[in-house]
Design a protein around this ligand. Structure first.
Ligand SMILES: *Cc1c(COP(=O)(O)O)cnc(C)c1O
Length: 408
């Protein structure tokens, strides 16, 4: 069930009219549905229970503290990629046994912090990084748990910017070079070799690419075992896609069933979903500032820009645009919906079919919960929006709108 739906002619988030929230908190505004988040978390747990995985939410998809607290409460761990995310996970009280640390440019400072926190595992991007981690762990008289991020070189049907396991990718160690990295790691006393990690990309709506990666990495895990480097964990990353437009992503049960069928080695699975949990749990509300007609067509200019939601201009992503109030008698017209930022790329939709809109009216951009606020910026010295979490007929402001004074 969709918790963002019309009652008569008005769009609601659960039991709260979006128009009311826009009046109360202003626009642009991110509005999350708690019921959607909890449903996705539980669906994930239920579907993948056949694998009994450790599920770490990818904080980069959404780092709002209140939202992460929901995830923690549901038993999810944290997939962190920066000092900030590590600190946040700690502050929220995520057990260190459920924190993994990713990234291809971990600084010494970040590694120091993660070693001190005794996190579950570093997903190590290079041999050089391994040596830094081992040095820091030795200095502290401890051992750091690691998995190497391997690159299984899988072509994925997604945007090139979010395909992360191509031959030319900056991430990880090519599988053919990984064995020597493991041999080295095995010999370092301050390092405990725990697993193998891969992440093939994001917004992947088919099971096939994951199965290919699973097969390649399983074979590698077997090889490690034969050479006396047994590993207990296989971290299969994130990347499960969602429906933004006409995609028909496989459902979670299918992913889980196929993964379980494919997996023939005795390892504990770690997963790092981001988008699949949070993308469809929020809308970005925006107000129409002006409309105009040029020889090209109609434009609706809204008060949200690429600084608030960069996905369309960065990846050409589609976000469904819905009017907050439907006027049945208005005819559908083609609009290019654009933001106010001084960039030609600040476009949400080209010639989308919308009923006529006028200045002052509200539009909702669907599926804005993942890589929405977390990728926002202050470009054009624009303050970043507020965020509200709706739960039934209740709502709380979970992040205040930035003030210009904070920025200048
Ligand atoms: C981005 C990322 C994720 C999460 O990806 P989603 O597509 O949001 O599920 C997980 N693991 C790693 C290493 C990532 O870089």
């Amino acid at each position: 069930m969709d918790y963002f739906r019309y009652r008569e002619d008005e769009l609601f988030a659960e039991d709260v009219p979006l128009k009311f929230l826009a009046g109360r908190f202003g626009t642009p505004l991110y509005v999350y549905s708690k019921k959607t988040i909890v449903r996705h978390l539980r669906a994930f747990k239920r579907s993948f229970s056949v694998l009994n995985p450790l599920i770490c939410f990818a904080y980069k998809a959404n780092y709002n503290r209140k939202i992460l607290e929901i995830m923690k409460k549901e038993g999810f761990g944290a997939d962190c990629v920066s000092m900030g995310e590590l600190k946040l996970a700690k502050k929220i009280g995520v057990p260190s046994s459920k924190i993994v640390f990713n990234g291809n440019g971990k600084t010494e400072e970040e590694i120091e912090m993660a070693v001190g926190m005794k996190i579950k595992m570093f997903n190590v991007d290079s041999v050089e990084e391994l040596l830094t981690i081992s040095r820091i762990a030795r200095k502290r008289n401890t051992r750091a748990n690691i998995a190497f991020r391997v690159n299984p070189e899988i072509e994925v049907p997604t945007h090139p910017h979010i395909a992360t396991a191509l031959k030319q990718s900056k991430f990880g160690i090519p599988l053919e070079d990984a064995f020597s990295a493991y041999e080295l790691a095995k010999q370092i006393p301050s390092i405990a070799v725990l697993g193998v990690h891969f992440h093939i990309g994001s917004q992947i709506t088919e099971v096939g690419p994951f199965l290919k990666a699973l097969r390649k990495t399983s074979a590698f895990v077997r090889k490690l075992g034969r050479r006396r480097i047994p590993v207990k964990f296989l971290n299969i990353g994130g990347g499960i896609g969602v429906r933004y437009h006409r995609e028909l992503p496989a459902d979670l049960d299918t992913y889980a069933r196929e993964f379980a069928k494919c997996l023939k080695i005795p390892v504990k699975i770690i997963m790092e979903p981001g988008r699949a949990i949070i993308a469809n749990a929020a809308v970005l509300l925006a107000k129409v500032v002006a409309t105009k007609k040029t020889r090209y067509g109609n434009f609706a200019v809204v008060d949200a820009g690429m600084n608030d939601l960069v996905r369309p201009s960065m990846y050409g992503s589609y976000h469904e645009i819905e009017p907050v109030k439907i006027f049945e008698d208005r005819k559908k017209t083609k609009y290019s919906v654009v933001g106010p930022v001084c960039e030609s790329g600040d476009i949400f939709a080209k010639k989308a079919a919308l009923r006529q809109v006028f200045a002052g009216e509200l539009l909702a951009f669907r599926s804005a919960g993942a890589y929405g606020y977390s990728m926002s910026s202050n470009y054009n010295l624009r303050s970043r929006p507020a965020e509200v979490l709706v739960d039934g007929k209740n709502f709380i402001e979970i992040r205040k709108r930035e003030k210009t004074e904070d920025l200048i």
